[in-house]
Design a binder for this molecule. Structure first.
Ligand SMILES: [Zn+2]
Length: 208
């Protein structure tokens, strides 16, 4: 059983959003085309309360991009993004959602950030995604979305750790590249962890 995981395909992560990923909107048609090749499609959604600790605006005197200690974990400060029930947190308008079986929201606890779709950054609480996939008999997960060097990477690494055969569909992801080279380094880190780096054309051929 194969599952497609759509990571954070949300308005705030595409051009025009609060935390835009360059070309983030270009993955939407690929995400749509891929969905019909999978029996199970799930999505993650960054879903923050407005007082979330990852927002620079919630730390007096701190700027976006600075690193702080957030309750014992290193935390990069981001612009306010993906606030619950705002347009920025909604899936991008072009994304097909009728085949999404379940949406797993993350980052809902103001005290801790959550890049991975499976766990928060301290691995303290699970979102339920791992158990859901195991209950459905999923062996292989295929990961697409935003952003390659954060939420996609940590979702893929956790998927490996949970024992799933993990595939990254690289052309259906885009990254932040806060530092030049971050995306390449993220892909290399995933590869070394045993994630299979593939592209959408070969996946659709294999899954047809
Ligand atoms: Zn976030």
């Amino acid at each position: 059983m194969n599952a497609l995981i759509l990571v954070d395909v949300q308005n705030d992560f595409v051009p025009g959003g609060a935390l835009p990923v360059a070309e983030g909107d270009q993955i939407t048609p690929i995400c749509n085309a891929l969905q019909s090749h999978f029996d199970l499609v799930v999505a993650t959604q960054d879903w923050h309360p407005k007082e979330h600790g990852s927002f620079a605006a919630n730390h007096a005197g701190r700027k976006i991009g600075e690193m702080i200690d957030l309750h014992g974990l290193p935390q990069i400060l981001w612009p306010v993004h993906c606030v619950q029930n705002t347009a920025g947190a909604a899936f991008v308008p072009g994304l097909k959602t009728d085949r999404i079986d379940r949406v797993f929201q993350k980052g809902t606890d103001a005290a801790i950030d959550s890049y991975s779709g499976f766990f928060d950054n301290g691995h303290r609480k699970a979102t339920g995604l791992g158990d859901y996939l195991k209950q459905r008999g999923v062996s292989d997960v295929y990961i697409v979305g935003l952003a390659t060097d954060y939420c996609v990477k940590f979702t893929a690494l956790d998927a490996r750790e949970l024992g799933f055969t993990t595939h990254l569909i690289a052309d259906a992801c885009r990254g932040v590249n806060l530092k030049p080279g971050d995306v390449d380094a993220a892909i290399e880190q995933m590869r070394q962890a045993g994630v299979k780096i593939e592209n959408s054309a070969e996946v659709m051929k294999k899954q047809s």
